[in-house]
Design a protein. Structure first.
Length: 396
C-alpha cells in the first residue's frame, strides 16, 4: 500500500519532476508561482535566445542518437557530459526554467556520466562479454543484481540526454503555440472564463493551425512536437505548517511539453491568461477579467511602466487606446478604500474635510502606481492601509 505523500518529497529534476497545484497557484521546488506564469515565460523568450536553445537541443539530440545506436564509448560519454553541463549552465539564463532544481539535475548528470559510473559501464560490458564467450559460469544472484542496476543507470543516462534535447524543442514548440493562441484571445477580446474556454476549443480544434504547428517543429522528422494530450501521474499530497494541514494535487511529468500544456490549461480554468503589451510587445499574465491593455513592468528604455508610457503619444508616436482606471491591477484596493472613506463620512465618523483629504491621498497613491513600478510592488499596499490614510489626513 502506498502512503499519501508529504509535500517535501517532490522531485524537481529536468527529466522527471513534480508540481503541486492549489487555488490558482503552482508550487515546484519549494517556490510558488501563479498558474500561467510558466506559459508567460515561454512566450517571452526572444528569438535570439530561442535559437540558441534549439541549437543546444539539436546537439543533445545527436548525442542521444549516438548513445542509442552506437553504444558506449568512454571518450564520447565524457564529451556528452561536458556538453550537458554547458547546456544546463546556459538554461539558468531562461526564466522558464527557474522552477527546476539545477543542483539536483547536476548531481543526476554526475551519477550518470561521472568517472565512477563510466567504470561501472565498462565493468558491465566486460561481464557481458565473459558470459557470452562462456568464460564464466552462470552468474550468481549478487552479480545479476549488480548487472541489472548498472544497466538501469545506462538507460537513465540516455533518458537524461533525451530530456535535455526535448527541453529545447518542447520550449520552442510551445512558445510558438502560446503566442498564436494569445493573438486569438486578443482578437476576440476573450477575458471571462467562458470566453477563454470557447476560444481555446476553437483554436485547438483548428486542423489547419495544428498542421502549421506540426510543420513548425524544428525537429519534426525525429522528435515529437506540440501535443494537447498531456500525459501525467496525479497523486494527493499533504502540506503542514504550524499544525495546519492542507491537501494539494501533485502532478508528475516525464516530458516538459506535458508540464507546459498543464500550466496553460490549468491557468485558463482559473481565469488566468496572457495578453500582449502594445507598448513593449512583451506578454504579461492576467489573473482577472479586468481589461488591462499594457503591462505594469518597467520599460527599460524609459524607466516607467508601459501603462504610463501609453498615455503619452509623443513617446509612442501614435495615440494608444485608453486604458480605463478600473482595468488597472491596483484598482481593486483603491475602490475598496474609496468605498470605506465614503461610508465613514456618511456615518459621521470623519467630517467632510478629513474625508476629502483621505480621498485625495488614495487617488495620489493610485496614480503613482501607473509610473512608479517599485512603489506599486513594494509600498502601495502599505500606504493604502485605512488607519494610515486617516492618520496622514488628520496630521495634514
Amino acid at each position: 500500500m502506498e502512503l499519501i505523500e508529504k509535500y517535501e518529497e517532490g522531485i524537481h529534476d529536468l527529466e522527471f519532476f513534480s508540481a503541486d497545484f492549489k487555488n490558482g497557484s503552482m508550487m515546484i521546488d519549494n517556490k510558488e508561482y501563479p498558474i500561467g506564469y510558466i506559459s508567460c515565460c515561454a512566450a517571452n523568450i526572444s528569438k535570439e535566445k530561442m535559437d540558441r536553445l534549439v541549437v543546444y537541443g539539436g546537439m543533445m539530440k545527436q548525442c542521444y542518437f549516438r548513445m542509442k545506436y552506437f553504444g558506449y564509448d568512454r571518450k564520447e560519454y565524457r564529451e556528452i557530459y561536458a556538453m550537458a553541463k554547458e547546456m544546463l549552465e546556459m538554461m539558468k539564463e531562461y526564466r522558464v526554467f527557474d522552477c527546476f532544481d539545477f543542483d539536483g539535475t547536476l548531481k543526476l548528470l554526475e551519477n550518470c556520466f561521472g568517472e565512477k559510473s563510466l567504470d561501472e559501464y565498462e565493468e558491465l560490458i566486460f561481464m557481458k562479454e565473459q558470459i557470452s564467450k562462456q568464460k564464466i559460469e552462470k552468474p550468481d544472484d549478487k552479480t545479476v543484481f549488480r548487472m541489472v542496476s548498472i544497466e538501469k543507470k545506462m538507460k537513465m543516462a540516455k533518458m537524461v540526454i533525451s530530456a535535455f534535447s526535448y527541453a529545447a524543442v518542447d520550449t520552442a514548440n510551445f512558445s510558438t503555440v502560446v503566442q498564436n493562441f494569445v493573438d486569438k484571445i486578443m482578437k476576440k477580446d476573450a477575458r471571462q472564463k467562458s470566453e477563454l474556454a470557447k476560444t481555446a476549443f476553437e483554436f485547438f480544434s483548428d486542423e489547419t493551425m495544428m498542421y502549421f504547428f506540426e510543420q513548425s517543429n524544428p525537429s519534426k522528422n525525429d522528435m515529437k512536437g506540440f501535443s494537447i494530450s498531456s500525459r501525467q501521474i496525479t497523486v494527493p499530497v499533504v502540506i503542514e505548517s504550524d499544525g495546519d494541514f492542507a491537501l494539494l494535487k501533485r502532478v508528475y511529468f516525464e516530458r516538459l511539453m506535458d508540464f507546459y500544456v498543464t500550466d496553460l490549461f490549468e491557468g485558463l480554468s482559473a481565469g488566468h491568461y496572457l495578453w500582449k503589451c502594445k507598448v513593449c510587445g512583451k506578454y504579461f499574465l492576467m489573473q482577472s477579467a479586468y481589461k488591462q491593455l499594457y503591462c505594469s513592468e518597467v520599460n527599460p528604455e524609459y524607466g516607467v511602466p508601459c501603462s504610463h508610457i501609453a498615455k503619452h503619444p509623443e513617446i509612442t508616436q501614435e495615440k494608444m487606446k485608453k486604458q480605463k482606471k478600473s482595468d488597472s491591477p491596483y484598482y481593486v484596493l483603491w475602490k475598496k478604500r474609496a468605498n470605506s472613506i465614503r461610508k465613514n463620512k456618511s456615518l459621521g465618523k470623519y467630517d467632510e474635510v478629513i474625508s476629502a483629504k483621505a480621498k485625495k491621498l488614495i487617488d495620489d497613491y493610485f496614480d503613482r502606481t501607473s509610473y512608479d513600478f517599485d512603489y506599486a510592488k513594494t509600498q502601495y499596499m502599505s500606504d493604502m492601509e485605512l488607519s494610515k490614510i486617516y492618520e496622514e489626513a488628520i496630521k495634514n
